[in-house]
Design a protein around this ligand. Sequence first.
Ligand code: SF4
Length: 311
Amino acid sequence: MKPLFEWYQHGIYGPELVIGLKTRPCSWGRCKFCSLSSEQTSTDITYEDVIRQASTAITSHIETVGTQLSKVSLYSGSSMFDDEILTDYGIMQVVKMVANRLKPKIISIESRPEHVEEREIYNVMKLCGPDIELEIAYGMEVFDYKVRQEELDKGLQWGDIHTLYSLLKPYNATSSNARVKTYAIFGVTKSMTGQRGVLDILRMRKYLSQIQHEYNVPTLLHINTMYLSDNDYGRQLRDEEWQPPDFSMLNHLVSPIDDMIGDLAYYLGVDDEGLALPGMSMKMTPNQKEAIKSFNFTQNPNVLLNPMKPV
Ligand code: SF4
């Protein structure tokens, strides 16, 4: 069985291999916008299947690309620390393979915060050793409580995120071994494709910056622009004449506003990964796409202002 997906990206930390493992479906499975849970299989995937997929992806990287990686991000299209998706033993085996065979500086594991337990963090940290940092990634998607809970059914509150940070804080007391990545979606509802969506991201940035300082856990904000996929929510927004966000708005999402919210790391999602309904993702020219990639590496929002000119 092949992984769901694997690709390379280049962010602030350098070259990154992203591996999406095919697993059992997300046990939450309710987020309206979700385009990945449908990609999961309902057949009974064992942890050996998942480990084999990880091994295939690692071998393929070593044999075909071979570059030393700064970061390896592990996804399952659901939540890796969910015991129904992968046992603790399964996670440990996957992390061990990545740590030993790819030796990145950072291993990122995507999950919902409620599945992340103290003993799991401890075990993974121990496996990684002092030279590999652990990043826990989760999707908060929007700051606005009503949109997040009532319109999108995300089921996450900031209290859950504080719990996650407090689990990670001890690992940064004497060194920097723990990180967090938060996903946000720009334009996730019809009313949030413009200024309201920008303000929502700015509020998220400010709040994350406060938490980052409070717990001393460095945080990356990964902002995807919404695209409509072929599910009920995608078709509903299309019927409401939702329009994809405009490229010109991206600069506002990541420009420094003040000292407090200028100190997060950022990543702008580059494309819809081929999952969008035709015409239902942000339109961009090749130069604009290159500008986003350049921003992700340099963190310089000016590169988004005039993509024709190299900055
Ligand atoms: S938690 Fe993630 S995988 Fe599960 S439904 Fe929500 S977005 Fe989809």
